[in-house]
Design a protein around this ligand. Sequence first.
Ligand code: AP5
Ligand code: ZN
Length: 214
Amino acid sequence: INMIFLGPPGAGKGTQSAYIIRDYGLVQISTGDLLRQAVKDQTPLGKEAKMYMDAGQLVPDALIIGLMKDRLASPDCAEGVIFDGFPRTIAQAEALDSMLKNDLKTEITQIISLNVADELLVERAVGRRSCPKDGKVYHIKYNPPKVGGVCDLCGGTLTHRDDDREETIKNRLKVYHETTSLLKGYYADSGRFYEVDGEGNPDGVYEKIKGILG
Ligand code: AP5
Ligand code: ZN
């Protein structure tokens, strides 16, 4: 399996990826997580990416494609990959096709588009909290930790992402509708494109995804 999760901010791509990793043993590559790590480490990439992320804009293709090329060079990718939040532009999709074909001698097996209405997405992002140590994701209402503000796994203090403020989320949604959603057309005729309703509870959404992955 080499699958792409397509979907707006807060659709549940990260949440569903955690279930898939548990059951299918795939490797998750989230460009958002890689970028946030680069920002934290204050690398040149992180310094350049930060202003785009804080504004809810896409980081330029050249930076993202370079980041992905490095990540795909790692041997663990042979296990099969979940691409989470990448590609987001047609140029990224074309670059991914060629990297998989030429460097890894493989291809995308499923593209799953998670669909959720904008009103729900704002609420999901505003209420999201995550653990800086292990990356586990919570929601203050829909998936709260056992003890408020504290990670179930490690006891660490949960944090709120800088770009999860309402104004920034609205920009991220706009960018999604104007640019990233065009990828549905790019993949529509591949015979590997699936749309999934992402509005139910996470377990119900996962059942539908399992039906596609087999
Ligand atoms: P990125 O980190 O990729 O963010 P995103 O795509 O906006 O997606 P999110 O992480 O917000 O949402 P998700 O779908 O993973 O939802 P989650 O499972 O956490 O990108 C951030 C930024 O980096 C971009 O704005 C851009 O600047 C840059 N960037 C990244 N990749 C790039 C690229 N390829 N090109 C250019 N720039 C790039 O769930 C959200 C919340 O809802 C959680 O609290 C969760 O608990 C809850 N929840 C999940 N499922 C359900 C459910 N079924 N019911 C109720 N609540 C639920
Ligand atoms: Zn933790």
